[in-house]
Design a protein. Structure first.
Length: 80
């Protein structure tokens, strides 16, 4: 079955570095940690988009356009 024998906490397995850019085990471990942190940051950013849409009732592009048109009147401090 797919995923058999992989680490359940990090399912990248042997396919994490298909180009072999991290031949050194220390560099490989560091890249794994950086990738996990980057993924967590991306998830947090998406959560921010969801909260913004719920609070303002508009999507991120519409909110950006409104902010560009009036940066002092439309920002995170004036919307709440």
């Amino acid at each position: 079955p797919a995923g058999e024998g992989l680490d359940s906490l990090y399912p990248g397995g042997d396919y994490f570095d298909p180009l072999g850019l991290a031949d050194d085990p220390d560099t490989f471990a560091e890249l794994k940690v950086k990738e996990i942190k980057n993924g967590r940051l991306a998830m947090f950013a998406m959560f921010g988009f969801y909260v913004q849409a719920i609070v303002t009732g508009e999507g991120p592009v519409a909110n950006w356009k409104a902010h560009i048109a009036d940066p002092e009147g439309v920002n995170g401090f004036t919307e709440v």
